[in-house]
Design a protein around this ligand. Sequence first.
Ligand code: ATP
Ligand code: MG
Ligand code: MG
Ligand code: MG
Length: 562
Amino acid sequence: MKQSQTLIPTLREVPADADVKSHQLLLKAGFIRQNASGVYSYLPLGKKVLRKVEEIVREEMDNAGAAELLMPALQQAELWQESGRWYTYGPELMRLKDRHEREFALGATHEEVITSLVRDEVKSYKRLPLTLYQIQTKFRDEKRPRFGLLRGREFVMKDAYSFHTSHESLGEVYDRMYTAYSNVFRRCSLDFRAVIADSGAMGGKDTHEFMVLSEIGEDTIAYSDSSDYAANIEMAPVVTTYEKSGEAEREIEKVATPDAKTISSVAELLNVSAEQCLKTLLFKVDGEYVVVLVRGDHEVNEIKLKNLFQADVVELAEHEEVNEVLGCTIGSLGPVHAKEGVKIIADHAVKAITNGVCGANEEGFHFINVNAEKDYRVDQYADLRFIQEGDSSPDGKGRIKFAKGIEVGHIFKLGTRYSEAMNATYLDENGRTQPMIMGCYGIGVSRTLAAVAEQFNDEQGFIWPKALAPFDVHLVPINMKDESQRTLAEELYSLLRENRYDVLMDDRAERPGVKFADSDLIGLPIRVTVGKKAAEGIVEVKVRKTGEVLEVQRNELAAKLY
Ligand code: ATP
Ligand code: MG
Ligand code: MG
Ligand code: MG
């Protein structure tokens, strides 16, 4: 590709609104441009890197036995109503109407579409297991789109879904996906860790996040300094159980009484609205009511809790309704008074307070919560405390350290959550109707690109790893007006391409300083400079990563670059 024929609008200044390195450089080096908040165009260089990430993902998915398909981004509301998520997903789901006033959503994820597809097409156990994936644009109206491609409102995701007749089969595919994900991120040269995403209700083995270690990560990982243990801190409470002895009331009384300001700062912290912080779920378990305060916009909580209690939500209720049913008072996040036998389980909102984030005294609070590592038993109360740096690791090996992470992938055993709600069943060997058991597996393709951009750069610009660089070689004739330089550059351009190098040639009539600065900024692995010694057939090869420079004869060039 000749630079005069493409669009690489490099900038001299760092754009004011970009506050992390990847965002700054992707703009500065002309890889992306912003259209609206969280919405970007990929310019030719950005598109090439995106395609390389996609290709790696594709190869690993195909190796893992998943078949590619493409589903619509425009999704009928009916499907989301069937799963129930139309009502619970919240404002992140972008909704619209067609000319006939029919409601649609722009795909934030595709569980509904794939479940309806597979339910219509697969009827027998003989066709299972089946794993399908797509690479597609997703839409999420994030409350705080930021850091460029890291948190967009329109972004590229690879999402895979698997369908099974047994949990063993799901486990096998889950493990295969785990390996495939590790391969993808290793091939992208990322410094990453697979962490337990939720060590609570669904059990630590049932969902993992792949985290790129980075200072700017929005998640905190707790990991052991001497074993493989690693968990998302949000999900890594240290829990000890204590005896139940009608203590509900006393313990519950200890819940903090945050004022409106604290609630709104918790809400801020959790990226939810204050109202959502106050959402209450009500379960009836073994004849007892269980009240759970949750982050209302995360329906995954509801799935977890349903699994945990092996019970359905009695009612998705507002406070007044709960109060009425229980004859108790639940005022905002507290104080919470409940009659004997009512368990109150506080989810993230309250956890944040217990964690001292809002200045509450950690010593004074016990909170009732689920047991993180052991099986949960409804007749146990647990004392929740967040894991701290220096704690001994839950696996008994080593001490806990913290690191910041960027979530680039997430794998999840869904079980029958969607197949039951949407009636996706098959006939087993005995002709009985069974719900399909499902798994889902996501990779943020555009976020992965940004995570690589975040990790591979220096003062001058990008230092792309070979596997993802938009081109292999930057061919830079210093002066296009010089006959011998131009001729040699053209000759090498053809030669390198014949040798299967993807070459970007800077054929612009720019000053050498501009060309070199742009070349360092774009950050291809190798620069071949055609300058004063062109007449002798000598060029300069520079390795971007090490800065190493050597002079090479034109006829040795192709061989030297291998
Ligand atoms: P996050 O916690 O960062 O909001 P998520 O848990 O909501 O992500 P998933 O639903 O697990 O995301 O989606 C699968 C993958 O899609 C994530 O692991 C992440 O890499 C990517 N992803 C999610 N949201 C965004 C976004 N707004 N912009 C870019 N990539 C995203
Ligand atoms: Mg999210
Ligand atoms: Mg997440
Ligand atoms: Mg996730």
